[in-house]
Design a protein around this ligand. Structure first.
Ligand SMILES: [Zn+2]
Length: 267
């Protein structure tokens, strides 16, 4: 095995950690309406400005044992979790696409570079969706737009899925869900989930999007049943659907074809 893929994989993982660190800022500030691209990082408890050594992804949290250096307030394990999840997803994108990017299969063909870049944008935005929706029960429009932008980039990459499959994907899940939302007076489904599935449709194409929706619904039901059994009644009994949909989208981004072929082989 050549050294190059391993080296690039390590670099991609470290970039993923840094992007995860930025996503922590997004997850914290976006629902509060604060600007994500400006200002210093502050301890939410004491307001002290955090400096370089406090901001190294994962390591700072481990080194400080999950406490603020200045006031000792606990820092949520959500921070290193977001960083690690992002890094592993970035690594997964590299592992999935390395064969198409590296010689002898190719020498970074532009279409495949674009596909890999769009996949990195997509998984990063989905990490933010998972953590924001889990906490605030909203999916910010700006994140949906980022996913839509990733989908537009993917339209310029070689098939599969074809452009027609991507365009059908825009409406094949979001259309019926929208109808359901209108008929139920907005109770059955949130608009954020509908917009998320439309944008995901452009990224995955219609077969992948349908699969992503059913996987998300399955994951959501399993967790709701487990939560009901454990009598946990957070958020007044409502369970955010976005994190499970995002999970389904991530699974189908990597394994969509395999899962669909597996499903069809049952008949
Ligand atoms: Zn503090």
């Amino acid at each position: 095995m050549s050294v190059l893929p391993v080296f690039i994989g390590a670099v991609v993982f470290c970039f993923g950690l840094c992007v995860g660190s930025f996503l922590n800022v997004v997850v914290y500030r976006l629902p509060l309406g604060l600007p994500v691209h400006r200002g210093f990082s502050l301890c939410p408890a004491c307001g002290r400005r955090l400096r370089g050594p406090d901001l190294v992804p994962v390591f700072s949290w481990l080194f400080l044992r999950g406490r603020c250096r200045y006031c000792g307030a606990g820092i949520s394990p959500r921070y290193p979790a977001v960083e690690l999840l992002t890094a592993f997803l970035w690594l997964a994108v590299w592992l999935a696409r390395a064969g198409a990017l590296l010689p002898p299969a190719g020498s970074f063909p532009p279409g495949e570079v674009l596909r890999a870049a769009a996949m990195l944008v997509l998984v990063s935005a989905l990490v933010a969706v998972i953590f924001i929706d889990a906490r605030h029960m909203i999916i910010p429009n700006s994140l949906v737009l980022v996913i839509l932008a990733a989908g537009l980039l993917l339209c310029f990459t070689p098939a599969p899925p074809t452009l027609a499959e991507r365009l059908i994907g825009l409406v094949c899940v979001s259309g019926p869900l929208f109808l359901l939302a209108v008929l139920s007076g907005g109770r059955a489904m949130g608009m954020g989930d509908i917009k998320l599935m439309a944008a995901a449709g452009l990224c995955l194409g219609w077969p992948g999007t349908v699969a992503a929706f059913f996987i998300g619904a399955f994951l959501g039901s399993v967790v709701s049943v487990a939560a009901a059994a454990g009598k946990s009644r957070k958020l007044g009994g409502r369970i955010p659907f976005g994190p499970y949909l995002a999970g389904g989208i991530i699974i189908c981004l990597f394994y969509g074809r395999i899962l669909i072929d597996l499903y069809l082989s049952l008949f």
